[in-house]
Design a protein around this ligand. Structure first.
Ligand SMILES: [Zn+2]
Length: 373
């Protein structure tokens, strides 16, 4: 499975300026070369090298390796579709391969810039480090809008052979609690709610300010940038939270012969009739992302994930099987009208998802086993 490792770099101020300069120059060179290639209709790397290598070195001050990398990349990009002229943004990701980047130690990397190599610290977890060794040696250097620098490395990680699951952890996704599992663990935090409130408030006030500026004829550029930064921070906070939740769920399943059962994504939205405030929250939490994270982490750990149709999962009694809308009279509470069983409503949902998964799994797995025998 292909994964992208995100490695944060810590250049000092001078180094950061150099990185930025190098990135801008490299992108200028790429755009310039792309224009030439497009005009001449040449995508062949050897030909481009013959024609423009010295220009790249002299005009743009690229080192030999950078010029070669620029030619290879532009040639490759252009040859994929000759009807478009490739354009590179000023701060588009810069390529670093093993010729211009060296990992010096567990926490130092050397990157070639316009003024020679600079060595700077980076942070990588142990897991990331093992995976980084699998990288094919090419990374993208990116500068985030908030000024932080990252190397993005694509690695090919071998999947673990899936374990034969006998049981499932059911995961119920929801509005109030982001996720609840059938062991009764609830994944939510005041912090999530606090962040949500904070972002909503700040966003609203910025939007108001921007509108006011616009009415008075001023360009709300700064405010727009602030809004963009804010949405970036919010997105990262949610991604972090989703990473934590999915990690925890997969860890719980690993080594217990349990798979993970989730509900089909399309039905999550349909399932709950949202009040407006809830809809607002709902649209802003990415369940698709949480699901995606859970799936890839599970795949790496060899834990099977199956999706089930969640019909009736919220109104079926896990004790006696009685199905009744009336089992859910009080918000957040499940109370069986037949046997009196009662529990947290989301936990009941998760338990039912787990049992539905077990049934679905047997329907698929058992005929296959019989065939094999
Ligand atoms: Zn019951």
């Amino acid at each position: 499975m292909k994964l992208t490792l995100q490695i944060q770099l810590f250049p000092d101020k001078e180094q950061a300026e150099l990185l930025q300069l190098t990135m801008e120059r490299f992108n200028d060179a790429r755009s310039w070369l792309a224009k030439r290639a497009f005009e001449l209709g040449v995508a062949n790397k050897v030909k481009l090298q013959q024609l423009f290598y010295y220009d790249l070195r002299e005009k743009f001050g690229l080192s030999a390796q950078m010029a070669a990398l620029c030619i290879r990349h532009v040639g490759g990009t252009y040859s994929r579709d000759k009807s478009v002229k490739p354009v590179f943004r000023k701060h588009a990701a810069m390529l670093y391969d093993s010729r211009i980047m060296t990992i010096k130690s567990a926490c130092r990397v050397s990157l070639l810039t316009l003024e020679g190599r600079v060595i700077m610290p980076f942070v990588m977890g142990k897991r990331q480090q093992e995976r980084f060794n699998l990288a094919k040696g090419q990374s993208d250097l990116v500068r985030r809008r908030d000024g932080k620098w990252f190397l993005l490395a694509t690695v090919d990680v071998p999947d673990k052979t899936p374990i034969p699951a006998t049981h499932f952890i059911g995961v119920d996704l929801g509005v109030v609690n982001i996720a609840t599992d059938s062991d009764g663990e609830i994944y939510t935090s005041d912090k999530v709610e606090e962040f949500r409130q904070h972002y909503r408030k700040t966003r609203r006030s910025l939007q108001k300010k921007a509108a006011k500026r616009k009415r008075t004829g001023k360009r709300p550029k700064k405010i727009r940038r602030k809004l963009r930064d804010l949405s970036g921070r919010e997105r990262r906070f949610k991604a972090d939270t989703n990473h934590c939740i999915s990690k925890r769920i997969v860890e719980k399943a690993t080594g217990t012969n349990r798979g993970i059962a989730v509900e089909e994504l399309t039905s999550i939205r349909k399932r709950i009739r949202f009040r407006k405030a809830q809809r607002d929250r709902m649209s802003k939490w990415s369940f698709a992302e949480l699901r995606g994270f859970t799936e890839y982490k599970a795949k790496l750990a060899g834990v099977p994930v199956i999706a089930v149709d969640p019909r009736n999962t919220s109104r079926t009694c896990p004790e006696c099987g009685h199905i009744d809308r009336g089992n859910r009279l009080v918000r957040g509470i499940f109370l069986c009208r037949q046997c009196g069983h009662f529990d947290h409503a989301d936990v009941v949902g998760a338990i039912n998802i787990a049992s539905a998964a077990k049934v679905a799994w047997q329907e698929v797995a058992e005929p296959q086993l019989e065939k094999a025998a």
